[in-house]
Design a protein around this ligand. Structure first.
Ligand SMILES: NC(=O)C1=CN([C@@H]2O[C@H](COP(=O)(O)OP(=O)(O)OC[C@H]3O[C@@H](n4cnc5c(N)ncnc54)[C@H](OP(=O)(O)O)[C@@H]3O)[C@@H](O)[C@H]2O)C=CC1
Ligand SMILES: Cc1cn([C@H]2C[C@H](O)[C@@H](COP(=O)(O)OP(=O)(O)O[C@H]3O[C@@H](C)C(=O)[C@@H](O)[C@H]3O)O2)c(=O)[nH]c1=O
Length: 281
């Protein structure tokens, strides 16, 4: 969703900094083992990122990760250390994209970046490992950006699944007891740039404003399509069992990012409607 490329090296020219015309080189790591220091260093020599790296690759199949913990650990955990080490050697910062699923969801108010993580799933544990490995490998340059509930122009995502299912079925059940902040990658991408270029080493939270359940997100998505009679009913997590546990509440406190940027990301519904091409509400 954040791009099929797994690494973005930013801009070629210093003039591009601070403008809206920032250009990134997407680098496809075809055939490169991200857990191999030599291969990643060679890739850095080839791509020669001047100002930094935004690392987006991950094993994101939350349920399947429960069956493939070693692979998830290699991709989500160890690769972050390797990439951060290469960035440290190159003397450039790195942004590592992480997740709300590092938290256990037992909180009742938004999680701050320095709150203690306690992941519930293989995906969450391996992403937390990636955060730690990146910080250890590049203490002065690693910026961790935790985000959540992403959707956007590329790749599969929950609103897309809802639209597809609504076209096929006349009834959907969607969990209403998990709360987070649906976040458009169109909102997140500029924030990642700002953290890379203006931020300092450490952990940031980045999500659209406001909170919602998956049910709320499904309803808002289907309503905006204006051509669906599909009935959507709320259900509990227990009524929609999945292999990986998810946090019940994982809203992120994004005030540190807002201070850095002088603004918040847009409210989640506004961003959703913009993405869906309808701002008529
Ligand atoms: N989706 C979400 O809701 C959220 C995502 N995030 C984080 O944001 C980042 C981007 O997520 P998203 O855009 O959803 O991810 P996607 O699953 O859409 O894309 C992940 C990318 O990683 C690549 N990748 C997977 N395994 C490997 C590997 N072994 N070696 C090289 N590349 C690999 C994939 O390549 P290929 O296409 O070839 O498989 C794909 O391009 C991730 O770090 C994720 O953890 C954080 C919070 C929420
Ligand atoms: C398809 C479907 C899902 N659900 C539920 C299951 C689950 O609790 C919730 C979301 O399901 P998904 O599997 O689409 O999303 P999920 O993989 O849980 O999404 C997570 O992805 C990772 C990568 C992250 O980092 C998280 O921030 C988060 O976005 O919706 C329903 O209730 N009804 C449905 O018809």
């Amino acid at each position: 969703m954040l791009g099929s490329q797994v690494l973005m090296a930013v801009p070629d020219s210093i003039e591009a900094l601070g403008t809206d015309m920032r250009e990134a080189h997407g680098v496809d790591f075809i055939g490169v083992d991200l857990t191999d220091d030599d291969q990643v260093e060679a890739l850095f020599r080839e791509a020669s990122p001047l100002h930094g790296v935004i690392h987006c690759a991950a094993y994101t199949a939350v349920d399947k990760a429960e069956e493939e913990p070693e692979l998830a650990q290699a991709v989500n955990g160890d690769a972050c250390g390797v990439l951060a080490r290469a960035a440290a050697k190159a003397g450039i910062p790195i942004v590592v994209v992480s997740t709300d699923f590092v938290f256990d969801g037992k909180a009742s108010e938004p999680y701050r970046p320095d709150d203690e993580p306690s992941p519930m799933s293989v995906y969450g544990r391996t992403k937390l490992s990636g955060e730690k490995q990146a910080i250890e490998a590049h203490p002065s340059g690693a910026r961790i950006v935790r985000t959540q509930w992403l959707y956007g122009p590329r790749g599969g995502h929950f609103p897309g699944t809802m639209l597809k299912l609504a076209a096929e079925r006349d009834h959907l059940m969607v969990v209403s007891d998990q709360t987070g902040s649906p976040t458009s990658t169109l909102e997140l991408a500029p924030a990642l740039w700002d953290v890379l270029l203006l931020g300092s080493a450490g952990i940031y939270h980045a999500a659209c404003e406001g909170e919602a359940s998956w049910y709320d997100l499904a309803v808002a998505t289907i309503e905006s399509s204006n051509n669906s009679d599909t009935q959507i009913d709320p259900c509990t997590t227990d009524e929609f069992p999945r292999p990986a546990p998810r946090p019940r509440y994982s809203v992120l406190d994004c005030s540190k990012l807002a201070e850095l940027r002088g603004k918040t990301l847009s409210p989640w519904k506004e961003a959703l409607l913009t993405y869906l091409g309808s701002d008529s509400e």
